[in-house]
Structures are given as C-alpha cells and as structure tokens.
Design a protein around this ligand. Sequence first.
Ligand code: GDP
Length: 443
Amino acid sequence: MAFEGLAGRLQETFNKLRGKGKVTEEDVNQTMREVRLALLEADVNFKVVKDFISRVKERAVGQEVLKSLTPGQQVIKVVNEELTKLMGGTQSKLTFAPKPPTIIMMVGLQGAGKTTHTGKLAKYLLKQNKQPLLVAADIYRPAAIKQLQVLGEQLQVPVYSMGDKVSPVEIAKNAIQYAKEQHRDVVIIDTAGRLHIDEALMDELNQIRGEVHPHEIMLVVDAMTGQDAVNVAQTFNERLQLTGVILTKLDGDTRGGAAISVKAVTGCPIKFVGMGEKLDSLEPFYPDRMASRILGMGDVLTLIEKAQATVDEEKARELEKKIQKAEFTFEDFLYQLEQLKKMGPLDELLGMIPGMNKIKGMKDLKVDDKQLSHVEAIIRSMTKEEKAHPEIINASRRKRIAMGSGTSIQEVNRLLKQFEDMRKMMKQFSSMAKKGKKKKGFK
Ligand code: GDP
C-alpha cells in the first residue's frame, strides 16, 4: 500500500507530540524536522517540502496553537490542513461540455496505464449514466488497438478505430463526428505514448489537441516513478496545458511523493488515482481524504463509498452508523467479509480504517485467502450472543470455537484481540469526530 513508510513515520512523530500537555516552540521545531525528513524520504519534491514546512511552522508556533488545551492535536490539525491544501484543497472534478460530446484526451508515456485508464474512466462514466465512445488513436504500439477493443467489449462500450494506417489526428476528428451521429456524450481518445518524452510525440498530441479542442487533457502517470512522474507532468503541462492528472499504480509499493508534489509543482490537479489493474479500481482524488489517510486518520468516507457501491444501501447506512457509534459486531464483520471480496484487496480497505495502522501487527498484515477463510470459520463457530458481545468469550468458549472452526486457540485469541483493538480505534475516532464537530473548524 502506498504511503506506508510516510504514514508510519508521521504517526510516530505525532504520537510523541500528542502525549504532551504543553508544547514548546522547540517541540514544534523538532516535530517539523522529523516531518521534513519523512516527506523527503517519501520522495516529495525538495522545494515543495521546504515551502510546506515553513507554512506549517508559521501557523503552528502561533500562541493560539501553543496555548490551546490540546496543542499536540492542533499542530497535527495544521499539518492536515496544509497537506490537504498542498494536494489541491478540494476535489477537482471532470469538466463536462455544456453541449455533448465532452472530449477527453488521454496522454502519457508508455506503460503508465493510459489504455487501462481509458477503460476505467469509461466504466466510471457508465456508472454516471454517460454513453462513452473510446477512440483508438495509438497507432504505433503493437496491440494497443486490440487492447482497447478488448476493454470495449468487456464494458460493452463502442471503440472507434480506423486501423493503424490513418493518422491519429484524422482518427480523432472522424471519431468526434461519429460520436455526434451516434449520440455518444463522452469521447475518450487513447493517444500514443513513447518511452520518453520526444518532440514527435508532443507535436502529434498538439495537432490532435488543435483539431478536436478537448475539454479535458488528462495525463496518466505512474506513481511508482516518484519524482520522475512529477517531471513528466511538468513537461506535458508546459507543452499541452493539461487539465488533470490520473496518478496510477497507487496500490503498489510507492512512497507516494508524486501524489503530494504534482499539484504544487505543476499547478495541475490530480483528478483520479488508479488503485489496481481491474477496471473498477479507479477512485476520484480527494485531497482531504488522502491527507487523512497519510496522517493515519483513516479514510472512512471512501470506505463507506466503496461499501455503498457493492453492498446494498440500507446495509451500508447501517455500517456507517455502527462505525460512527463503534457498535460494530462480529456479525457485521462476517457480513463485511462476504462483501469484501467484491470491494477490493483487504489490506487496502484496512488502510482506510482510522488507526488501523497503529494497531500492532496490523501494519504488516498480509491477508491471504486462507487466512480469510480461517477468520470466517472462527466467526461462524461463535454463537449469536458471542458475535454480538465478544466480551463474553471466555477461555472455555475460545477452546470450543477453536475446535469448531478447525483452527487453534491462538488464532481465536488473535482475532478477538484484533477485533477489540479495531473497536477501540473506531470509538476513539468517533469521539474525535464528535469533539471536532463541536469545535468549530476542527477536522
Ligand atoms: P499504456 O502503455 O500507458 O497504455 O499502459 P497500459 O494501460 O497498457 O498499462 C501498463 C501496465 O500497467 C498493465 O500491465 C496494466 O495492467 C498495469 N496497470 C495500469 N494501471 C494500474 C494500476 O492502477 N495499478 C496497477 N497495479 N497496475 C496498473
């Protein structure tokens, strides 16, 4: 999962601060030194880090913060706000043309995930009741056209292609005409990429741009390439005036620097992030939620949205309430497990639960299917009462559950402990959220 290193280091730093009743200017300076190192290590652009630290310091050493009742929390709040601002402040949405079709041009280097994300974006738009048309304008990469056609078939979305003998400018132009005739309301053009930025590529993209006047020029960049991704974004932006960035492969082991620096360096907002190879692993980018995730405050909103997309609405609302009230039972947990397989990789979801990465052992937890089926078996071996009130599960009940599920007492103990920790974290978070609501402006 992205940001793991950064999130871990920041949380360690803030834990030290949080415990202090009184925070001095020197404490803030020390914290900021550690935050600075953590950001640099996560591959955030040097200048971005420098500006960020000076802004946070300026606000954090103010008397209002240091003399407040919870100075540690206040410093974290400032970091959270500034981090959110750095990534663009609010969500940048797709721009739709007042009169359809909306034209979206996908650009980027080879291998960044352009074709895959053309498909993902089409799926995302289908869910919003749009009628996309995909355009195969990458005539150079062998199999690029075929790849797009396969995606189109999967999604049951038409793909406009003129083979690889016609110029991409011509293809794009004809595709728009076709879209108008067929009443397709969004046209997504998959353009060619190269291994490196070169003049010929930029010229061709500029020609397409000049011909079709896209409403969105989206750069697809690979988060795994760190600062390179930011450099690529800067160059593309200078040449093409991008309207947005899709940062891909954020599900991988990236340090995350690109997500934090892109907007600050290029002025161009990240609109979506790619979280996997599957067509539904595209998420709109919310700077505030991302900041919370990085700071270990979890991302309950995205978690709930994912639940709503897969789970039926009423159940999702129930889950939301239960998480807020920390009344989550094993019965809910079991239900969630069943839905989980539909929702995406478990470690990614766990990362969205507030405080999850603070729980000892949870951070490095790699969940495989076998482990999952053990967990499921353990819960199924509990009685209804035990599921609702796990605190009644004493030693003899644990033994019975282990026998019944074909697992060991250690495994049962582990699950109970993890579950208890999880509930505690939810409780803490919900009381934090409640306090936050009372204190004006506190997130
Ligand atoms: P293009 O050359 O830019 O069109 O790149 P492709 O769309 O062909 O993608 C290159 C590779 O990256 C493929 O193997 C994709 O499955 C993979 N890929 C694309 N997006 C993601 C993502 O968000 N996460 C992961 N893990 N892999 C991705």
